[in-house]
Design a protein around this ligand. Sequence first.
Ligand code: IPE
Ligand code: IPE
Ligand code: MG
Length: 260
Amino acid sequence: MPRHVAIIMDGNGRWAKQRFMPRVAGHKRGVSAVRETVKACGDLGIEYLTLFAFSSENWRRPADEVSVLMQLFVGALENEVAKLNDNKVRFKVVGDLAPFDARIRELIARGEDLTKDHTKLTLTVAANYGGRWDILQAANRAQKEKLQQTRASQAIDAPEASPILEFAEITETELAQHLSMAYAPEPDLFIRTGGEERISNFLLWQLAYTEFHFTQELWPDFGRESLLKAIDSYRQRERRFGRTSEQLVSSKTTADANVA
Ligand code: IPE
Ligand code: IPE
Ligand code: MG
């Protein structure tokens, strides 16, 4: 079973168009698909579910569509968070929240605080999120912190001798610790609905070794069965992380022998 599933929920607009309905109708149905998917993940014992709800590029859409998406977001925050809490789901939002109205930011903060102690399933909603933004903010924060620490230790070790440091190189681990989802393991399974085969600036850093599953199904039609299909496909894969297949087989045999 994957521990962390990350999904690009795409195809709401096309779902509505096929039914001669406004795009908004597709987004509304998309909220029901979210509910069903969260429930299915809880039942299956998946520990982390991350959903891409609004990208940093989605502001480019017509103003009325952006405004409806914001209203749906507020509605979901008002109506769903208490249910998540009842179902012991920890709720998190990642992305640059500065452009959202104070009301949305307040609802997010309250929801995160209310559910912070749950450990069964963590649901992360990516809102005004961009993978490049995330890497950049992490690099900047990691560098700032490292510089302060290095200067502080220099001041203790050799207060007179050291020149004032302008730069301190950061490591991969230090950068990763400042990514907005540092609390979660990297996704095992990435799903994109709607038939498009691209990442659209989702979790760029964290998807380095994730297994990808693309489906033609449109997001409002997605549910438990679709999730099971994706998991089934994931289970057929051999995750090698750069090693050879033979190495994996032999390490598995050793592990089995140790258990026996
Ligand atoms: C995904 O569905 C929802 C958001 C991006 C908010 P789309 O609205 O992108 O649907 P299509 O791709 O136009 O069908
Ligand atoms: C990606 O979908 C973002 C979300 C699902 C929130 P888009 O529909 O915006 O992606 P592109 O524009 O087709 O790449
Ligand atoms: Mg789309």
